[in-house]
Design a protein around this ligand. Sequence first.
Ligand code: F6P
Length: 499
Amino acid sequence: MQLNENKYFRDILEKEKKSEFVIANELQNLDRHRTFTFSFEDISLDITRQLISSEQFLKLKMLGEAIDIKDKKKKLFEGSFLNVTENRLVTHFLERNSNSIVDKINRYKSFISLLKQKKIKNLINIGIGGSDLGIKMVYHALKQNSNGPSLINVSNLDFTNLENTLKMRDIKETFFIFNSKSFSTEETLVNLNFVKNLLNNEGLDLNDHMVAVTSFPEKALEAGLKEHAIFHVPNGVGGRFSMWSHFGLGLVASLGTDVYEQLLAGAYKMDKHFLEEKLELNLPYILGITRIWNRNVLNLQNLAIVPYENGLKFFPTWFQQVEMESNGKSIDALGNELELPAAPLVFGEIGTESQHSFFQLLHQGIEKIPVEFLVPFEGKNVVSKNKKDLEPHSRLVVNAIAQAEALITGKKTHKEKYRNMTGNRPSTFITWDKTNAESLGKLVSLYENATIVCGLLWGINSFDQWGVELGKEISRNIYTGQNLEDLSYSARKILKGII
Ligand code: F6P
């Protein structure tokens, strides 16, 4: 069922939309605060600054009932939800289910011992998209506690990416993890050949310095890897949801099995909350329907993600793929054209850096852009007695609050119009106590599941990504000289110079 067919959504459009809701007068109202804040363990979700009234919110919360979301959540959790266009089950939830990770952890322990024996200092994860972004994001967030080899991510087809990474490193102390679900991704295979040649030239054995993680082990065998150097991931684990599977090998090897288990445990806790908590108190559901409100009721086309912690630098980049590859679609799961638009354009950067780049547009641009502020407290006093001596993390928290307040309250008292801000610009404020493996696991599951909630409400299949195929096909054709006559004049002119 598409969103426009959902009787509660129709009800909202017909009876509730009216004119834009102005919340300025309600911001100090304790009832509003109670109605619009939610929490699960240390994670809090505050949507008091969204442009929605309590009456409208009551209706919005009903959306999931019309699509029997409870049954869909159950299927996802059990690994029996069907990805229709690829005809396979969606199984990434099983990868973080604490009942099923014992065998994996034992294999990881042996792998870590092997790296120690070999005195490996550098681990290079070669993969792209879902085989790169989540791992890079988590490693950057948690690396300060790492005792293992440092993890470096290489993704680009551009050789300088790998060359520069290897320049200052001793290849004998370096180990490569090739992450490719399909084992047919151009970028990863080109980098694989580069590394094979390099090892060969140094007289080193491929299988002493490399493992592959894939759903197609036969292709890794063909590429020269031995069976013991291959980690097999079930096909139901989608690329952008894969850091929980063996694709997280670089994380385990660098951060240790304890940290990785805490990450999985955090995600599993949030999954259980998503599965079991009633919809009106369910964090992934509430976050998802908030985005639906902005995208489909208020028609806001963008979404900014702004974490206030340096370690979360890659969170927006990771989430871009999760949301836009999952929900950037115009056909529903039954093959019909969507009547209403789906995924927003997602962008973001850490605060406070982003305050000095794109926040100008957020405050004074013509179109409103909802912002999701992600703010850990790090166990610090936010406002100390001596305000001048605020320690740096508290300053981050203060800045995040100040931006959210400025967006919603605005200021219209200047006589020069260019200094005024309209205000009434929506944001969501997500906080937690301290970024560690468990809280990050919860946060990642919260975001993944909110994306899935939106996909279910839009009626689309959030687990395929056919839109990325045509570009790949055209470049393959160019390499092999096929159908060149179908290319535009402009394309042929450029290619003449390089092929
Ligand atoms: O091109 C998109 C994509 O298929 C993503 O979905 C995936 O995460 C990425 O490429 C990498 O794919 P693979 O892991 O198969 O190399």
